[in-house]
Design a protein around this ligand. Structure first.
Ligand SMILES: [Zn+2]
Length: 178
């Protein structure tokens, strides 16, 4: 008796699933009660799309991935790259091209994440916690500086850019003292 039930169980599940799926497709086109019919497909960029973008050129594109940018091969090279990207951000602010800060800061965040990995082999163990924290801070500044840059807040963007510069300086000090 029990054995028969066990054998029959997968069949019951298949039938139940088919039933459930057909029930679902019947509703296609009509949003289920309580569900958000306007939920966007690109969840990863959802938050970002909610703020105003004056320049659709860079913002309409998908988020950068590690394959889109040239990542540093060593921690020291990574610091040079961070400084170059920070310099680029400063130039964009000065030129009143705040919408361009998005991509530069996004790339800077990716470089910072890679540097946290590079630090494991290149930086003394007792400094790795500090380095990791600073890299996390840099990566976390991307959405923050992007939000004020997109809002056209030049002074605030400059402020966060200075914060980025300060963190890069601390990373350089830590790398020197290794
Ligand atoms: Zn943006």
């Amino acid at each position: 008796m029990k054995r028969t039930l066990l054998v029959a169980l997968p069949t019951i599940l298949i039938i139940a699933t088919a039933f459930w799926l057909s029930g679902c497709s019947d509703k296609s086109g009509k949003p289920a009660p309580g569900s958000d019919a306007t939920a966007p497909a690109g969840q990863a960029h959802e938050d970002h799309d909610s703020h105003a973008h004056e320049d659709q050129d860079s913002h309409a594109e998908a988020p950068l991935t590690e394959n889109d940018v040239e990542l540093p091969s060593s921690f020291t090279k990574g610091i040079d790259r961070l400084e170059a990207l920070h310099h680029e951000i400063e130039q964009e602010i000065e030129a009143n091209q705040l919408s361009k800060v998005h991509r530069t800061a996004e790339e800077l965040a990716l470089v910072a994440k890679r540097m946290k990995q590079l630090a494991r082999n290149e930086i003394d163990e007792q400094k790795q916690a500090d380095v990791g924290r600073l890299c996390n801070q840099l990566a976390a500044l991307f959405p923050t500086i992007d939000e004020v840059a997109d809002a056209g807040e030049k002074a605030e963007t400059k402020q966060f850019s200075a914060e980025i510069e300060g963190i890069i300086g601390k990373l350089r000090d830590l790398a020197r003292a290794k």
